[in-house]
Design a protein around this ligand. Sequence first.
Ligand code: PLP
Length: 256
Amino acid sequence: MPAPRPLLLCLSGLDPTGGAGLQADIETAAALGAHALGLVTALTVQDTRNVAEVAPTDAALLERQLRRLLDDVRPQAIKLGLLGSAAQVPVVGRAIDRCRVPVVCDPVLRAGGGAELAGAGLVQALREELLPRLTLLTPNAAEARRLAGTDALEDCGPRLLRAGCANVLVTGGDEPGTEVVNTWFTAGAAPRHFRWPRLPETFHGAGCTLAAAVAALLAGGAALDQAIAQAQAWTHAALAQAIAVGGGRRIPWRRP
Ligand code: PLP
């Protein structure tokens, strides 16, 4: 019998550039020794510069896909990316409750190019229905401010913990500075900072890659602190080798 591989359930948008979304999840899972079970939450119209359109998957169809899949397959972790509509949130919540495994969520609210990817209804549903079900939320600074409802970045992590999220890793790629500072917040411990030299280019799909890496490592049985540290190092290496597939931002090179 071949050795079993960790299974990672991924719910993400489909990005035709291959930089972000479900392709980022699948490539990351494969590079880290896991197998991705992929569900498309939305089709997107985009290039390496920005997102022009998001066409959500019908929530009832997504629920049928999840039911059928989960009747047959038992994932060891879940990764959530772009959710296409507020109507998808309770569907995703039911899948999480059914699986009872670690859940990593990259709250995709705004594209790196500036396009808004989530309306107020989706943000509220995420906050109320999903945050309390997560093992780890990985917002960038802008997403953390929007979800926490404050401009003070240092208050975002504690506020999101109070909203019921078990762990928050606020990433600083979208903040200024010669270093990228990512900060892990967890209840009852001081925030832990991770510092990375800022790479010269800008990237498309960095956040998806980091969240998928943490989730893939958790699916393989890693402890959360180990998964958070290792996923950042692996993502940094993927960004250092990023490739230009178009005229905009580079996409991570996610290979073992
Ligand atoms: N499109 C999809 C499907 C995504 O999941 C994401 C981010 O997670 C984006 C676009 C935006 O990616 P970025 O902010 O890296 O440009």
